[in-house]
Design a protein around this ligand. Structure first.
Ligand code: NAP
Length: 345
């Protein structure tokens, strides 16, 4: 297991009154997990609408892995990247922790509150977040569980509820049902009243069934595009089937959300496939629901309500200490995480 090297300070900085440094996982250049180093870094400054969070847990997403590598190259002009080197050297967008300090215009939180949500640079002892990017942590979740919610939960919610308008009695298929997004998608689709089919490998069949899938297809044995079944909505987290195969198992007005894919094409990732999909879906009654996740306060509240109602429970695969963030990123980069991977700080 990879452990990042750490120079100074050797004692935890958060117990020391008035210190302005913290431990953080920092990258100065793009690359594989070797570019990540545990270091003393300045605590983030906060603006008047911001909250400083003492990070207790942070989730790792494929997006963190992609930005660490500067992939795809076409994305580098985007604000969260940087053309030659990363603009912000600290990865991690999903946080859970305690409010340490608040900006002068913040009204929703005060120091000591336990929160979760979106932040800037979660792989550190402290992270800054906008007030409207945070919500009070569900009392029945650990910090590790709460940290899993923002990215993966929001993607699943927005894909199914907003883009798919999934409702009672519809047939939903989740390809990649055992991953971070998939495990939320299966549970949220069930909560919307859909009949859910999850696609995963043999070792994950029982887990995907246990979180509520009505049917589970083991992709090592059965090709779901040849099952003869038709679905009203497909959330495709993997992109390993051709568009024509996917269209064959959609109902005549069914919707495909092509949500993911690996980075074999380092320049464009899945952009070519998306363009192809946009063209081919123009001429048919089936629909394409492409989107980039939006960081919405109301969706964090909706996710908290699903947790409070017992309809969604985060699935955590592995938890790593902050010093082993590089190993956590390597693991997420394999594309075979079982639920979420979390950093405990
Ligand atoms: N639209 C957006 O704004 C947005 C936002 C965030 C993420 N994404 C994308 O969404 C995708 C999924 O993200 P995630 O966080 O769920 O990833 P993840 O947690 O890394 O997903 C890993 C899962 O994929 C499964 N898998 C791998 N190969 C498979 C196959 N051939 N068939 C079915 N399942 C397979 C693995 O199961 P096995 O180990 O059993 O194979 C594993 O459980 C990523 O590509 C990510 O970039 C999009």
């Amino acid at each position: 297991m990879k452990t990042a090297t750490f120079d100074r300070p050797t004692e935890p900085t958060h117990d020391t009154v008035g210190v302005t440094t913290m431990k953080a996982i920092v990258q100065d250049k793009y690359g594989s997990a070797e570019v990540l180093h545990l270091r003393a870094n300045s605590k983030p400054a906060i603006g008047e609408h911001d909250v400083l969070v003492r990070v207790r847990a942070a989730a790792v997403n494929p997006a963190d892995w992609a930005i660490m590598g500067g992939l795809p190259y076409i994305a580098r002009p985007a604000p969260m990247y940087g053309l030659r080197t990363p603009k912000n050297g600290i990865r991690g967008t999903d946080v859970a922790g305690q409010v340490e300090a608040v900006g002068s215009a913040v009204t929703l939180f005060r120091p000591g509150d336990e929160v979760f949500g979106w932040c800037r640079g979660a792989f550190a002892e402290y992270a800054a977040a906008s007030e409207d990017g945070l919500v009070v942590k569900p009392a029945n979740l650990t910090f590790e569980q709460a940290a899993t919610l923002p990215m993966a939960g929001s993607v699943a919610l927005q894909a199914l509820r907003d883009h798919g308008d999934v409702h009672v009695g519809q047939k939903v298929l989740v390809n990649g049902a055992s991953g971070g997004i998939g495990t939320f998608a299966v549970q949220i689709a069930r909560s919307l009243g859909a009949e859910v089919t999850g696609v995963c490998s043999t070792s994950n069949v029982d887990m995907v069934r246990s979180i509520g899938a009505d049917h589970v297809i083991d992709y090592t044995r059965v090709d779901f595009t040849k099952s003869g079944e038709r679905y009203d909505f497909i959330l495709d987290n993997i992109s390993n089937r051709s568009l024509s195969d996917l269209r064959r198992v959609l109902t005549p007005t069914g919707m495909l959300v092509p949500n993911g894919g690996q980075f074999q094409n380092r320049w464009f990732s899945s952009a070519g496939r998306l363009i192809k999909a946009m063209v081919s879906f123009r001429f048919v009654s089936q629909r394409l629901g492409r989107f980039v996740v939006a960081q919405k306060h109301d969706d964090l509240i909706a996710l908290k309500e699903l947790i409070d109602a017992g309809k969604v429970t985060p699935v955590i695969d592995r938890t790593y200490p902050l010093s082993q963030t590089a190993a956590a990123m390597d693991y997420v980069g394999t594309g075979h995480a079982r639920g979420k991977v979390v950093i405990s700080v």
